[in-house]
Design a protein. Structure first.
Length: 174
């Protein structure tokens, strides 16, 4: 697993064992690369495209590991349309330290932790989702500041100008 992701990319390595005495011989290793990229020796994320229970356990204590809907392959959604909106979500952390460490960071999955069945189209969609997430995060922060400091008219003016300008560009292209 270390060779697959490169030793320099690894942020944490965890050993997971069963707490029941009869299952102590079962152990798994989880390599955390960034908040939304990991490899587990059970290989569930690669072979089945699901986030394993070992990673969820790591999230409870890790200063790095987090969850983002982008980690779930779109084939698991009931409605494929959900995937278009889902990756704009920010990364969720159980550990407060991890939440502080990665505040405002745009995350995309490490390619070595994405199943090989993921196509280039899905990778492009993930990049687009990351951009949307960055813009949405900044917009939320700007809106909050504008309302708190009674300068919402300023941001509304900027947004209207932006929308008008880009509608004109779209019309000229057609």
């Amino acid at each position: 697993m270390v060779a697959e992701v490169g030793e320099e990319n690894i942020q944490e390595v965890w050993k997971i064992t069963d707490m029941r005495p009869e299952n102590k011989k079962h152990m798994y290793f989880v390599v955390v690369i960034d908040p939304i990229s990991y490899l587990c020796s059970c290989m569930s994320n690669i072979s089945r495209g699901i986030i394993c229970r070992h990673y969820f356990r790591i999230m409870m204590n890790s200063a790095v590991a987090g969850f983002q809907i982008q980690m779930v392959p779109s084939r698991w959604y009931i409605d494929n349309q959900k995937d278009k909106d889902a990756a704009a979500e920010t990364c969720c952390f159980v550990n407060k330290e991890a939440a502080q460490n990665f505040l405002g960071v745009i995350l995309t999955p490490n390619p070595s932790t994405v199943p090989t069945t993921v196509t280039n189209a899905l990778r492009c969609a993930a990049k687009k989702k990351a951009k949307y997430g960055e813009v949405w995060g900044l917009a939320r922060q700007a809106a909050q500041l504008a309302v708190e400091h009674d300068s919402h008219n300023e941001i509304v003016g900027w947004l209207k100008q932006f929308i008008t300008r880009h509608k004109k560009i779209i019309i000229l292209r057609n």
